[in-house]
Unconditional design. Structure first.
Length: 642
């Protein structure tokens, strides 16, 4: 039969399920659907609740018409059962007579429409099915878009102008720890942003004025962890142009901010190191004549008790200043010491012995050493200094009461860990940990604790050089430092030192002791500071040497050309104007390959290596004492005459 002129031949064919326990009503509904103009319906009848559920779940249908009364069950039960099964099917509820309460219940349960049987007409059924299909299609698109948003790495949040959350994607759940079910319908600022209220007020004000806002925010999480996010806010308007929703897209930049902080700390430490290194060099030069001069005066005023007491005070103060200079230099350039094949267990055992003799009885000490601890290549004195500095800081933090734990174990750093710490490199390490039960270190100052002269101790209780020295020594050993601290629970410092897995030979035994007095040998002292030349000359003359002085390399070479047969040894500073110590050493070495040369400088580390490479026999760091100077000369002269 040819189609009616009012029924276009390309009408879409729809499969419609009718669930109704009255066959007459089913036939009436089917007949009305047959008169539809814009759609063609292929109907299937289910006469019971159970048959209807089975059909709806087992076969594909475009729409479902369900009677409200199905014996002991209702059409609302069908809606809920299909929904619980995860099936998405447009459902239109049919009832014998209109009932507002049923209508509202049907809409709340998810029905696409609600129609009364006594008023059914082809155009009403057709329009209801068509609208139901359109809404169903729109809902599917929304769900598809929501699924895509859930796959986004960024946290996507939407809320009304009063803060009520209307959208919360999966990444928002992962970032914050709160699920969409917990956030939807709740106020965003009361639940998930309490910690950053002033900054949030500014963001809300700007987005309402400008329509958008971009900035960094601290994002609290359900677990208490504080995240840093790059937040982009956009004001969304409704069809009438009125503001309706604020869309927020948050990108987690916590790891990036941590790496930036570490990078800036490394840069800052490097800059401070260069600055304080120069200051320490000048200060060391000032202390040299004080240390040397007190020894000269001590011998000349041997019978004056009051003078001796004053000299003791001067020498102790100068020595304290010299020790501070060494600490600063250790931070600034990493003072190099003798590196040997070193088992850390011996260092920890020695420090443990010292601590047990000095710690108060109210503070307990615990040590844990791995049995298969790898050895390292290091300076025993410096590593012991690192450990002692950390333990003393821990003791002071606990104010003499608490628990101190030292632990050493093997650790392998892989690429995944190295990404989280800018200073870490992959490889095998021995991790030396010092943990205390003190009050902890506040987050805002954790980045500053390794800076020289920074201290939280009262005035006179600390120099602020302990942790900066730790940092520098560990870096000079090729390692890195990690700090973990939380207020109220304590602090842990982790020192990572590169392990040496290959065997090393034992160091050579020490030579015989050296003589501390001279026998008229002529020593050429070269330094651009007059007070250092004078102090060295007086000290060496008191020790039995003859001394000649020069203020720079050119003067020294001129003197040496005229008196080379008399000069027995040379003591030269490295940092001098016109002709520095390195050039002087090179020139002297060309004239006499066996001439004993001692290099000195307030900047150790690379300067020492440079001097020894250019031909110096020994290096003595400034500020040096009379004993150090005499020992160096005695050792050098003894080796050249042997």
């Amino acid at each position: 039969m040819d189609p009616s002129p009012t029924q276009p031949p390309d009408r879409p064919r729809l499969r419609v399920l009718i669930i109704d326990d009255d066959e007459d009503d089913y036939i009436i509904t089917r007949t009305l659907l047959g008169k539809a103009v814009s759609i063609r319906c292929e109907t299937t009848w289910a006469s019971t609740y159970e048959d209807g559920i089975r059909e709806a779940l087992e076969h594909p249908y475009d729409a479902c018409l369900v009677d409200y009364r199905l014996g002991a069950r209702t059409g609302l039960d069908v809606l809920q059962a299909v929904k619980d099964a995860g099936r998405s099917l447009p459902m239109i509820l049919l009832t014998g007579q209109g009932d507002l309460e049923v209508d509202l219940s049907a809409m709340s349960a998810g029905a696409a429409d609600y129609l009364t049987k006594e008023r059914l007409a082809p155009h009403l059924l057709e329009r209801s099915i068509r609208y139901a299909l359109e809404r169903h299609h729109a809902d599917n698109q929304i769900r598809a878009q929501a699924a895509l948003l859930d796959k986004a790495q960024d946290a996507i949040i939407a809320h009304t102008l009063d803060g009520t959350v209307t959208y919360w994607n999966k990444s928002a759940e992962r970032l914050t720890g709160w699920t969409a079910a917990e956030m939807m319908g709740h106020n965003l600022y009361e639940r998930a942003y309490q910690a950053d209220a002033p900054r949030l007020d500014e963001a809300r004000r700007r987005v309402e004025i400008d329509g958008e806002w971009v900035g960094e925010l601290h994002q609290p999480t359900r677990s208490g962890e504080d995240k840093v996010v790059e937040s982009r806010w956009t004001l969304v308007r409704d069809d009438r142009g009125a503001p309706s929703t604020i869309l927020i897209i948050n990108t987690d930049i916590t790891e990036r901010k941590q790496l930036e902080t570490q990078f800036l700390r490394v840069q800052r430490m490097d800059s401070i190191g260069r600055l304080v290194g120069g200051i320490a060099h000048d200060l060391g030069n000032l202390l040299v004549p004080i240390l040397l001069g007190t020894e000269v005066l001590r011998k000349r005023l041997d019978h004056d008790d009051r003078a001796q007491r004053s000299l003791d005070m001067i020498q102790k103060s100068a020595q304290r200043g010299a020790d501070m200079v060494k600490h600063v230099l250790a931070f600034a350039r990493g003072v190099e010491g003798e590196r040997v094949h070193l088992p850390l267990s011996s260092v920890v055992s020695e420090v443990e012995r010292i601590l047990r003799e000095t710690l108060p009885p109210t503070l307990t000490l615990e040590t844990h050493l791995a049995e298969d601890l790898w050895p390292i290549e290091g300076d025993p004195t410096q590593i012991q200094q690192v450990l002692m500095n950390l333990c003393v800081n821990a003791r002071d933090a606990m104010e003499g009461r608490g628990h101190l734990c030292i632990k050493a174990e093997n650790r392998t750093i892989d690429e995944s860990y190295a990404r989280y710490d800018l200073e870490a490199k992959t490889g095998h390490y021995v991790r030396l940990s010092v943990r205390d039960t003190g009050p902890g270190i506040a987050n805002e100052i954790q980045d500053k604790v390794f800076e020289p002269f920074f201290t939280t101790k009262p005035t006179g209780k600390g120099t602020g050089l302990g942790l900066s020295t730790v940092y520098s020594i560990v870096q000079s050993h090729g390692g890195f430092v990690s700090l973990l601290s939380e207020m109220g629970t304590g602090t842990r410092f982790d020192i990572y030192l590169p392990a040496v897995l290959a065997r090393h030979t034992a160091p050579a035994p020490e030579g015989p002791s050296t003589e501390l007095t001279g026998h008229g040998e002529l020593i050429l002292v070269i330094d651009d500071e007059a007070y250092i030349r004078d102090a060295a000359r007086l000290s060496l003359e008191e020790a039995g040497y003859r001394v000649a002085t020069a203020s720079n390399g050119q003067e020294a070479l001129a003197f040496y050309e005229a008196h080379h047969a008399e000069v027995d040894a040379v003591l030269t500073d490295l940092m001098m104007p016109e002709m520095d110590g390195g050039s002087t050493i090179e020139a002297l070495r060309k004239r006499d390959r066996r001439l004993p040369i001692i290099a000195t400088s307030g900047m150790a580390g690379t300067d020492a290596h440079k001097a020894l490479k250019l031909g110096a026999n020994l290096f003595v760091a400034k500020p040096y004492s009379v004993e150090q100077l005499r020992e160096a000369l005695g050792e050098l002269l003894a080796s050249t005459t042997a």
